[in-house]
Design a protein around this ligand. Structure first.
Ligand SMILES: [Zn+2]
Length: 411
């Protein structure tokens, strides 16, 4: 992993996709047993004098405590901010958590450290960017692919929105800590990875139909990460050192593709919009949250079915497209590129294959596994595409008048 940043950066100079690629400002990515010690060495090298750890109760126990004692041993000055859980026992990246961290940050800190998984990174990323203080990423579970990206998906006034903010200056993934993460967080990481099957398909569709910016290099990096994960699913399932190392590396690599492109297109398509929809509804109903990667994995299985069973047949009928509720230019582009679009969606693995991957790591494979009711499932299939402007297979189905999602309830 050590050279991945320079490899990607040099490939980006040769990329002629026409988009302005981001300069990757991550100075060190360390994935190994005992990486926490390397994090402390990095802090000393950077001469950060005042450090703020952003943790929650669980991640402090899993990692923050050991990290604190390492910092103490080196006589480095630090303080800890415990982000509080809401009344349902969940730590959420919403206004309340963001304000708590901002209030507990004096502005004299020279670095923040996100000690946790996705949510604590989203909170830290926002506060770090707004306070103009760099942050270090210390993942405590291989559960999401957002560690290395710029984006922070935040809940603002009940709506999940993604803000492009800042990347960490260093990522230190300690395999000892990640191996001790709850099994369901490892399964969630696999869920977030298999999502690339549908996110990459949706991105290609968007570029062909609406002219959305597209980058073959970001696609390749993401595809390689996905392949790395699926090729080694048995090691990941066994939870051995090799498996956990590969899972976190593939998540980091997927994050780097987003960072390079500057937005989440490579990693987030219709399946993420469905997941965001469910998450917002759970918050509205004061329900205990389900892990991001669990929701995303289930949504990917649903979309694989929907795309292969319904979208492909819609695309075969020109009349459905010409009568669709979308700009004329999009219709023209869809019809002109129909063969390519068909190929994109045919290449998505079958739902059963994706289920098989998630089942190997004992993750949830159906909406019932997530205690999602039929009504919430159907509403998400109909409405989730409104959450983002991106043109996805899900949006296309709705634009051609697909309303009968109930046939997919058996999925
Ligand atoms: Zn995700």
């Amino acid at each position: 992993m050590a050279n991945i940043v320079s490899t990607i950066q040099s490939l980006s100079y040769q990329c002629n996709c026409g988009n302005q690629h981001k300069i990757i400002e991550i100075e060190e990515i360390v994935v190994e047993k005992g990486a926490l010690t390397r994090a402390v060495e990095f802090i000393k090298k950077k001469n950060y004098q005042s450090i703020k750890l952003i943790v929650d109760e669980n991640t402090f126990k899993a990692c923050g405590e050991v990290l604190s004692s390492l910092l103490k041993k080196e006589k480095l000055s630090y303080s800890v901010c415990f982000v509080e859980a809401n009344e349902n026992g969940d730590v959420v990246a919403d206004e309340r958590s963001l304000i708590q961290v901002l209030l507990e940050t004096s502005g004299n800190e020279e670095v923040m450290i996100a000690v946790g998984s996705g949510t604590l990174h989203d909170i830290t990323r926002f506060c770090s960017a707004k306070m103009g203080i760099p942050f270090i990423s210390i993942p405590t579970a291989p559960s999401v692919d957002g560690f290395t990206s710029l984006g922070a998906p935040l809940i603002v006034k009940g709506v999940k929105q993604t803000f492009q903010l800042t990347s960490p200056v260093g990522v230190f993934a300690d395999i000892d800590i990640l191996s001790a993460a709850p099994r369901k967080m490892i399964a969630a990481g696999v869920g977030d990875m298999v999502a690339k099957y549908t996110s990459l398909a949706d991105w290609k569709l968007d570029s062909l139909v609406t002219g959305e910016p597209y980058c073959p290099l970001a696609v390749q990096i993401t595809q390689d990460a996905l392949q790395l994960c699926t090729d080694n699913i048995d090691h990941i399932a066994a939870g051995d050192t090799k498996g956990i190392t590969i899972l976190i590396e593939s998540l980091i690599q997927s994050g780097l593709a987003m960072l390079l492109f500057g937005q989440s297109h490579p990693a987030s398509g219709g399946e993420h919009h469905i997941s965001h929809f469910w998450e917002m509804q759970f918050l509205k109903e004061n329900r205990h949250q389900v892990l991001h990667g669990e929701k995303v994995g289930v949504a990917t299985i649903l979309l694989a079915t929907l795309y292969k069973e319904r979208l492909l047949s819609v695309l075969e009928k020109d009349s459905l497209i010409t009568q669709g509720d979308m700009p004329e230019e999009w219709k023209r582009n869809l019809l002109e590129n129909k063969e390519e679009v068909l190929t994109i969606y045919k290449e998505i693995p079958n739902a059963e294959q994706i289920k098989g991957l998630i089942q190997k790591v004992s993750g949830p494979i159906s909406y019932q596994d997530l205690s999602i009711e039929e009504e919430l499932l159907l509403n998400a299939l109909k409405e989730a595409h409104h959450l983002r402007n991106r043109f996805t297979g899900l949006k296309l189905l709705s634009m051609v008048g697909e309303k009968e999602f109930s046939t997919y309830l058996s999925v």
